[in-house]
Design a protein. Structure first.
Lengths: 395, 77
């Protein structure tokens, strides 16, 4: 990926020629293209001003803390072959937010649960919930697309993970019995705790407090309590920040704080470049809400406007095939919503989108076999469309 | 002695392999780094959360990017 160095001189010349040809033929001075370019940068500016500093940076710190401080093995234990099934499904449905903070860990864990552990049901629950309920995605959805859609996404994702896993188990339970399980993978190997759990709880809680109240929005008079909190939000944030500082200084060793900060940095480096590209592309194609960009709004409204069954199904199926890099679904949804996409189809796309993509379907197909993979994809698409339809009915 | 790095080749596994190599270089011990990327083999070794580090087939840590000094302690340098 390091550009240029591996290429021969002729290849470099060809790339250069391509760039010049692009600029030769692109009608940059046409009003539509220049308006779209303007939208791309204005949307990026909106993210830089409104969303990155107050919302994403605290969320990166929380994700870093989850990765460094929570004992992943303690969670994995509940996904072993002899674990209680109800507990397995519940843990698998929410554990995505703890175990899957890095997408490269999803597949090995999925494979381990499927082949050696609790079986296909909890494995699929985990596979679905991993990318869908990661903390960064939920937080940014709530901030950019509104609290209601953020909450609907979180609840929908957890519920879906549970139900889809259970359905897969019911459909394929006979094949499931003949596996060679391996308890060793799920053994708890790190018993030494560095501090009591409640101290880590206070630490995480204070960070979440900072994040939530920093992003508190006024209700413009409709809810007095809400507006009251808004007026004092920096005082509340200050209290939580103080709590965070005290818990860090009293309970954590210097080396651990270093690990936490560097995990946070690695997250930011991993996610932010993709998000910036995603925002630029979304801005260029779709524009900010209410602004025209390259793709005509009438197309969007015709395909996914309103709350028809067809619009919901289309949004769910498109989401299942499209690939979204971490978090880029948010600016794309923002553009689509602004261009006339209905609330129902938006939720359908958010529920089907991040968990599935054409590349991931191919990889899952290699592990599960085509029959099971097709069942899984159909379940995700059908349930997402249904959830979108129901959500769209709420006034 | 062989230090084995278990993981599919994501950024963290690379980092762990680099740290292991650095720890070997500092210690002056006769050892090499082997990368195990095949997920079936990783599971057979009893590891699910990558990256993991094993020494001569014995898994020492999983799910963590150990730094140079932690690896040095494990290999007894």
């Amino acid at each position: 990926m390091t550009s240029g160095k591996g290429l021969s001189a002729n290849a470099r010349l060809a790339v250069l020629a391509g760039v010049f040809l692009f600029f030769y033929f692109t009608p940059l001075s046409s009003p539509l293209i220049s308006a779209s370019l303007r939208e791309a940068f204005l949307l990026l500016a909106e993210y830089a001003r409104e969303h990155v500093l107050l919302c994403l940076i605290p969320a990166f710190f929380i994700a870093g803390a989850i990765m460094v401080f929570l004992n992943q093995q303690a969670v994995i234990r509940y996904l072993g072959p002899s674990a209680n099934k109800v507990v397995s499904y519940s843990v698998a449905s929410v554990s995505g937010s703890i175990l899957a903070v890095c997408s490269c860990t999803v597949l090995p864990i999925f494979k381990g649960i499927y082949k050696k552990g609790a079986g296909i049901g909890p494995a699929v629950s985990f596979l679905y919930s991993g990318p869908a309920i990661n903390i960064l995605a939920i937080v940014l959805t709530a901030k950019v697309l509104g609290l209601r859609l953020g909450i609907a996404r979180a609840i929908g994702a957890i519920l879906f993970a549970f139900v889809i896993g259970l359905l897969m188990h019911l459909i394929y339970r006979r094949e499931d019995a003949a596996r060679a399980t391996d308890e060793r993978l799920f053994a708890v190997s790190q018993p030494e705790a560095l501090r009591p759990l409640w101290q880590e709880g206070v630490f995480l809680f204070s960070m979440i407090g900072v994040l939530v109240f920093l992003n508190w929005a006024p209700s413009a008079g409709t809810m007095p309590v809400w507006d009251g909190i808004y007026r004092f939000k920096y005082v509340i944030v200050g209290v939580f920040a103080l709590l965070l500082l005290v818990s860090l200084l009293r309970w954590f060793r210097r080396q651990e704080i270093g690990q936490w900060v560097s995990a946070t940095r690695d997250f930011a480096l991993q996610v932010l470049p993709l998000l910036f590209i995603g925002v630029l592309v979304a801005g260029f194609l779709l524009g900010r809400p209410g602004q025209r960009a390259l793709i005509p709004e009438s197309w969007i409204a015709a395909l996914v406007g309103g709350n028809s069954l067809r619009a919901n199904l289309f949004a769910a199926a498109a989401g299942a095939l499209m690939y979204f890099a971490t978090l880029t679904e948010v600016p794309i949804m923002q553009g689509l919503l602004g261009a006339g996409m209905g609330q129902g189809p938006s939720l359908a796309l958010l529920l089907a989108g991040p968990s599935l993509s054409l590349p991931s379907i191919l990889v899952i197909g290699g592990e599960l076999g085509w029959k099971k993979t097709v069942t899984y994809v159909i379940l995700v698409v059908a349930m997402s469309a249904l959830a979108g339809l129901l959500y769209g009915l709420i006034p | 002695m062989t230090i084995q790095i278990l993981g599919g080749g994501c950024a963290k596994c690379q980092k762990l392999a680099e740290n292991a190599q650095a720890a070997i270089n500092d210690s002056g011990l006769q050892a090499q780094v082997e990368k195990i990327t095949d997920s079936d083999r990783i599971m057979e070794m009893g590891v699910m959360i990558t990256p993991a580090l094993a020494i001569d087939g014995q898994v020492k840590s999983s799910g963590k990017v150990l730094d140079k000094s932690e690896i040095a302690r494990l290999i007894g340098a």
